[in-house]
Ligand binder design. Structure first.
Ligand code: MG
Length: 371
């Protein structure tokens, strides 16, 4: 019997994050999800390095779990060295869950001799839906998984635990790392799911299982799962790969997905555009408010300090880079004013409307004319 592998993969920044630090690789024989961590974009660097090196290593073949294990250990060393070589990448790391189609027994027929090898470091996950039964193949390296293993909390409680994001193992953090691997038979009808914690933090296992059962096309299923994570909050980056093991050719060839070739993501650019628009609108509103404040109000003052100075009506204030402008000339001269009025004009009396300021100037004129 000939077995075909069909898959769909999708990685999304989510609702709250500005950058996608997850990386994904999906191509014939190798599927990888990596969830990077570390400031200054370093998480993105670490996860991209992980899939790049694994992808390159696959070109020369992955024979079995042992080989996958040692390749991942080499990847760990490379990320660790990069992290220690550059100050802005110090402390960067990545989780990784990988699924490789590996040969097992060459004496049997071609497909009987193939297996599925799953590897894991950290809290990205590989699940298996086989004959209607859904289970997690990988075991998380996380603080909450330790509590679950010790029977202190349930899996459900782990999902909402305050410290659920603490991973106890990741690539690039230590010079060496322990890699867990599992080898399973390649069975037609099986559906594997690889995902970052962005999915499992937002969507329960039961909802993931239902989605995997209700949707047949792997790409649509992957899209749907990411959509569910985003609908439930999308607080983290979410990456999903759905891998189907089929016993007949559906005449649909899955496209390879390599997130390192896709960046910068369209999604990210779109977010940047939205942020730029918001910043521009805020700047515009601030400018309008500032200008209208600086141009508001009127006051009366002398044009200079000489006895021949004209009494002028000004509009606006001295505020930031704004200066008041001459609104009108009252045609009164400082030397015409008595001492009381002179002292008053020196204080630059202000008014909120042009009518009020004009009324005030008229009153001064009446006093001057009456003298
Ligand atoms: Mg994550």
């Amino acid at each position: 019997m000939t077995i075909f592998i069909r898959w769909g993969a999708f990685s999304d920044t989510g609702v709250l994050r500005l950058q996608n630090e997850d990386a994904v690789l999906a191509r014939e024989g190798l599927f990888v999800v990596a969830d990077g961590m570390g400031g200054h974009n370093a998480g993105e660097v670490a996860s991209a390095m992980a899939i790049k090196f694994l992808g390159a290593a696959q070109s020369s073949g992955i024979a079995d779990a042992q080989q996958l294990n040692s390749i991942i250990k080499e990847v760990n060393e490379k990320i660790f060295q990069a992290a220690n070589g550059q100050t802005d990448q110090r402390g960067m790391g990545t989780t990784l869950t990988a699924l490789a189609i590996t040969p097992t027994n060459k004496s049997k027929s071609e497909n009987d001799s193939k297996s599925v090898t799953v590897a894991n470091i950290g809290d990205s996950r590989t699940y298996l839906l086989r004959a209607g039964e859904f289970r997690q193949v990988s075991v998380d390296h996380s603080y909450v998984q330790e509590l679950v293993s010790e029977g202190l909390i349930t899996r459900d409680e782990a999902r909402t635990h305050a410290r659920r994001n603490i991973v106890t193992r990741a690539l690039g953090i230590e010079p060496t790392v322990g890699v867990d691997t599992w080898t399973l038979p390649l069975i037609a009808g099986d559906r594997y799911l690889l995902c970052s914690d962005g999915l499992v933090d937002e969507v329960t296992d039961i909802d993931i299982e239902t989605c995997l059962k209700l949707n047949s096309d792997p790409q649509q299923t992957a899209n749907k799962l990411v959509e569910m994570a985003n609908k439930n909050g999308g607080r983290d980056n979410t990456t999903v790969i759905v891998v189907d093991v089929l016993d007949k050719d559906n005449k649909v060839v899955s496209k390879p997905v390599d997130s390192t070739l896709l960046k910068p993501e369209v999604n990210f650019s779109f977010r940047k555009l939205i942020i730029s628009v918001v910043v521009a609108v805020v700047a515009l509103v601030t400018s309008v408010v500032t200008t209208s404040y600086a141009r508001s109000g009127y006051f009366v003052a002398y044009e200079d300090e000489t006895p021949a100075a004209r009494v002028l009506i000004y509009q606006g204030k001295e505020f930031l880079w704004f200066n008041p402008t001459i609104e009108a000339d009252s045609t009164l001269i400082r030397s015409d004013l008595n001492l009381v009025l002179d002292a008053e004009i020196v204080t630059r009396p202000d008014f909120s409307s042009p009518t009020d300021v004009q009324k005030y100037v008229n009153q001064i004129r009446e006093v001057v004319d009456g003298n």
